[in-house]
Design a protein around this ligand. Structure first.
Ligand SMILES: Cc1ncc(COP(=O)(O)O)c(C=O)c1O
Length: 385
């Protein structure tokens, strides 16, 4: 059978191998501490489920416009105006089947043959794979550990060539957990101002920012609105990973073009999930509570891992991921994670999946009790090495 070489070039990540191994061990009835999760452990709140049930009963079960139900587009535009300082109307918004699809169609709409896409490394696993499915090429920007894996104006400037078309920028960041303050973002925007490129700003973790800091959207910075395609969603903010609702906020003309891609591929996002997302936006109380819970978990995990020899955790400023340097153990990140899972029943993600060796990603999307158990098991694993 002849399969498209672009598809054949996609990698099956180490993340999947570890996840499969975790499931197998769980099936054997063993008590695994799951530090590998990429989704909130909370259930979708009841008020959201109720709105979805009502939508089904009222027959909101047909195709919606390709760019999404107009009430939801309007509500997202309002949220972006009020919370994010982005001047958006509903025509700037396209609702998508998850934020992942928003990123993919953004790339598809912008890229042609010979273009280059800048991806800071460590990166979220799907970015390079999505670019492989377009006709463009990936160029990684290796971020320095000494600078907490933050993109600097200098690194960005050095990476831009006349082929560069897009920068994929993600903060709060998966996998490092870091985010950016206004000064840092302004400095990056100064470089973008002088270059003929677009920024796909993946802000899916925007509500999970700690230490009383707040999230600043890239499109809200001076002159960045038209150069930025903001990606957001409901998966992480409202524990709605399975509902598949995300969105893209971009220039109105671009949104019109992108909606053609949706119209010919998925038609539209699921109508019932859109009704649920509309209800979600009416409540901000739930998010504030969840964010505080994650912060408490972060503090517990950071203190616990910090006390273990040979592990250096980077304190997350957002998300539910902690990036930990394990290079002193002498193990590769994959060997570290598979041995930790087999010997101590703790599952983590090797950072080789994110393009970086010598690190692991520890998710604190689990209870305080599980976090304590996981810390003790990692401690025992390290001491026996
Ligand atoms: C950085 C980042 N962007 C986008 C997504 C995709 O989110 P969604 O579930 O809305 O497709 C994820 C999910 O893990 C993510 O970590």
């Amino acid at each position: 059978m002849s399969i498209n070489p672009q598809v054949l070039s996609l990698t099956k990540s180490a993340t999947l191998k570890i996840t499969a191994l975790t499931k197998q061990i769980k099936r054997e009835g063993k008590d695994v501490v799951n530090f590998a999760a990429g989704e909130p452990d909370f259930d979708t709140p009841d008020f959201i489920k109720t709105a979805a049930k009502k939508a089904i009963d009222q027959g909101f079960t047909k195709y919606t416009p390709s760019s999404g139900d107009n009430r939801l587009r309007e509500a997202i535009a309002n949220k972006l105006k009020i919370n994010n300082g982005i001047l958006a109307d509903k025509e700037n918004i396209i609702v998508t089947s998850g934020a992942k699809y928003a990123i993919f169609i953004a790339l598809l709409s912008l890229l042609s043959d010979g273009d280059e896409v800048l991806i800071p490394l460590p990166y979220w696993v799907s970015y390079p794979e999505m670019v492989k499915l377009t006709s463009a090429k990936v160029k990684f920007i290796e971020l320095a550990e000494q600078n907490n894996f933050k993109l600097t104006p200098k690194l960005l400037e050095e990476s831009i060539t006349d082929k560069t078309k897009v920068l994929i920028f993600n903060y709060p960041n998966n996998p490092t957990g870091i985010t950016y303050n206004k000064k840092e973002l302004r400095e990056i925007s100064e470089i973008i101002k002088g270059a003929n490129i677009h920024v796909i700003s993946d802000e899916i973790y925007e509500v999970l920012v700690y230490d009383k800091k707040s999230h600043i959207s890239f499109a809200s910075l001076d002159s960045m609105q038209d150069k930025t395609l903001t990606v957001g969603g409901f998966s992480k903010s409202f524990a709605m990973t399975g509902w598949r609702v995300g969105y893209l906020a971009a220039n109105k003309d671009l949104v019109k073009e992108i909606s053609k891609i949706v119209g010919h591929t998925t038609s539209c996002p699921c109508s019932v999930s859109q009704a649920a997302a509309l209800a979600a936006l009416e409540d901000t109380e739930w998010q504030a509570q969840i964010s505080l819970k994650f912060e408490e978990r972060r503090d517990l995990l950071y203190k616990g891992l910090g006390d273990i020899p040979k592990i250096k955790p980077l304190k997350p400023e957002g998300t539910f991921y902690m990036f930990c340097d394990i290079s002193q153990t002498g193990l590769t990140s994959f060997d570290f994670c598979s041995r930790l899972l087999e010997e101590e029943l703790v599952s983590c993600i090797p950072a080789s999946s994110f393009g970086k060796e010598g690190y692991i990603r520890v998710s604190f999307s689990t209870s305080l009790e599980q976090i304590n158990k996981g810390i003790n098991r990692i401690d025992s694993f390290i001491r026996q090495l």
